[in-house]
Design a protein around this ligand. Structure first.
Ligand code: XMP
Length: 558
């Protein structure tokens, strides 16, 4: 660090014109052990507005992406060690460097690819990202005397900063850092401070910015405006990433990719596969055939309704397979939740494959994979190691079918998928359907899955949904459902003793299912739900409400 400082000082960097940036680059390259090349990069701006987010492993990285997309700007997350050519392939108009758990002064600490500075495009470093800028361009980062976690008041000292346009001069921000900027790189100045961080916001006065706090989290109430200011005032974006544009671009590229080929799609009844299928259908019409497998684990009336929507309203080719017997036979005697998942996943692939064979030559398979799944699968093994449940086990591509994948939603978040679905004319009911797990009701029945127990759960689930919809709470809830436990308890109905099932009701709010809070449903609503379940569902004499959040629980019981 000291060495970097000396070099920076000796170069008297003042502002951010080309010569000065190239001086920064010398320092940054030396720190990365890269041979310095005197030529600053000359990377063209793309036609589509895009921003690249460099991920240093912060738990908030995906939130940065969400905030950017909410500003109608396209963005992608790249692990910090991605090849520069890959990062540049989206033709970014700027970069956001995420936070991360490391310390820049440690040996082998992750650093920003030098080519990013070399591009002369705007850079916004957040927390670790800011420390990476500081360290690489000749400043000093060191452990702070005090760790700063939680909310702090930020005082803006540079009122002309484009980052703080239309914002108050004092803002509440969220801090979460142990290291701090001791010396800024030469030519940098502080634009804002907090009680503990004199350099809470730094800039070179040109296109490089660093924030010690996290603008992407809800605890920084005006954080989205700061990100918007970076995108619009500094990167020059205009917010052209809209569902309409996305549909237009996707249809053109699917048409080109598929040509005269044939595509199949597994419909689950959920919003993701429905939107993916509708998009492909809009591009290639009858070259798409959907396969809808009823695994016998769906909710009451669900297969009939989904089939009617696809066939009648949307006029899509749908092969319907009622494979209830096959799935339930395989589940006989299975109690362990993971074994249930494996059994259902394996059976699904068998049924799907055998139906697909009947269709003759098929070239492509379309799937409703979303961006969070893509991000998760790019997570280093070390982070993914503690998997609690094997989630996405239904609908996977049978590898021996050797089909090319079409995943038109692989860069979208759920809320964007819903917007696209509405724009494509899918019915609101389908677009706003709450998530439903692939293994269906099987993981909401504790113990063995039997026809009798499925019917009990369907009855209870129907009541929960009906009341939640009547109370106009359906869309506010992430998921609302019933669980059939394996507990029996004594009750009294009329003058008779009963010994019936215990049903649990679960209602949670969540942004992305990673964490969830139990919903504070009104008591009267809970009373009606409980009353209706014991009266309308034979075999149930007791209802409880689950008041645990995730963590420490999970959303599903199995
Ligand atoms: P948990 O129970 O882990 O659930 O908090 C998080 C979200 O994932 C759904 N879920 C599944 N989805 N296959 C799926 O397709 C599965 O095996 C599975 N298990 C849980 C769950 O409904 C919630 O939305």
């Amino acid at each position: 660090m000291e060495e970097g400082n000396e070099k920076a000082a000796s170069h008297r960097i003042v502002a951010s014109d080309d010569i000065e940036v190239s001086t920064y680059l010398e320092i940054a390259k030396e720190k990365q052990g890269v041979q310095a090349s005197p030529k600053p990069g000359d990377i063209p701006h793309g036609v589509r507005e895009a921003v690249a987010i460099i991920d240093f492993g912060s738990q908030y990285s995906h939130l940065i992406a969400r905030r950017v997309r909410e500003c109608n700007v396209y963005c992608e997350l790249f692990p910090y060690d991605s090849p520069l050519s890959k990062i540049m392939s989206i033709k970014p108009r700027g970069f956001i460097l995420s936070g991360g758990p490391a310390s820049v002064y440690e040996k082998n600490a992750p650093l920003t690819p030098v080519g990013i500075y070399e591009s002369h495009l705007p850079v916004l470093g957040i927390c670790y990202g800011m420390q990476s800028i500081t360290h690489q361009l000749g400043g000093t980062v060191a452990p702070g005397s005090k760790h700063e976690y939680g909310q702090a008041v930020l005082h803006v000292s540079d009122e002309n900063s484009p980052l703080f346009k239309d914002l108050d001069s004092s803002l509440t921000v969220w801090m979460s850092h142990g290291d701090e900027i001791m010396d800024m790189p030469a030519g940098f100045r502080s634009s804002a401070y907090t009680e503990n961080s004199p350099n809470a916001v730094i800039t070179d006065g040109g296109k490089l910015f660093g924030l010690q706090f996290h603008p992407e989290v809800a605890h920084t109430p005006q954080g989205k405006q700061i990100i918007r200011n970076f995108l619009f005032n500094i990167c020059g974006c205009r917010g052209t990433w809209t569902p309409g544009n996305f549909i237009h671009e996707s249809i053109a590229s699917i048409k080109e990719q598929v040509g005269d080929g044939r595509v199949i799609c597994a419909l689950s009844g959920g919003v993701d596969s429905a939107v993916a299928a509708k998009l492909v259908h809009a591009a290639i019409g009858d070259h798409l055939t959907c396969i809808f497998v009823n695994n016998g684990l769906l909710r009451r009336e669900e297969p009939e309704r989904a089939l009617e929507t696809f066939r009648k309203n949307l006029r899509m080719n749908v092969v319907y397979v009622d494979a209830t017997d096959l799935f339930l036979d395989q589940l006989k005697g299975v109690i362990d939740p993971e074994k249930k998942r494996i059994s259902i996943g394996g059976e699904f692939i068998k049924v799907f494959e055998s139906e697909a064979k009947k269709l003759g030559k098929i070239d492509f398979l379309t799937q409703g994979t979303l961006y969070p799944d893509v991000i998760e699968s790019a997570t280093p093994e070390s982070k993914a190691a503690a998997k609690i449940k094997t989630h996405h086990n239904v609908g996977g591509l049978p590898s021996k079918m050797a089909l090319t994948l079409i995943e038109p939603l692989r860069y979208l978040f759920k809320d964007e998928v819903r917007e696209v679905g509405l724009e494509l004319g899918l019915p609101e009911d389908m677009v706003w359907r709450q998530p439903f797990p692939g293994p269906g009701l099987a993981i909401r029945i504790i113990g063995e899955v039997t026809r009798e127990r499925l019917e009990i759960l369907r009855g209870a689930d129907w009541v929960v949904m009906d009341e939640i919809k009547k109370a106009k709470l359906y869309r506010q809830m992430w998921q609302t459902f019933a669980i059939l436990t394996d507990v029996h308890s004594v009750g009294v109905m009329g003058d008779y003793r009963t010994y019936g099932y215990l049903v649990a009701v679960r209602a949670v709010t969540s942004q992305d299912a990673m964490t969830a809070d139990w919903a504070r449903l009104p008591y009267n609503l809970l009373a009606t739900v409980s009353n209706r379940i014991v009266n309308e569902v034979p075999g149930v004499n007791r209802v409880v409400y689950d008041i645990t959040s995730k963590p420490p629980s999970t959303i599903e019981w199995e």
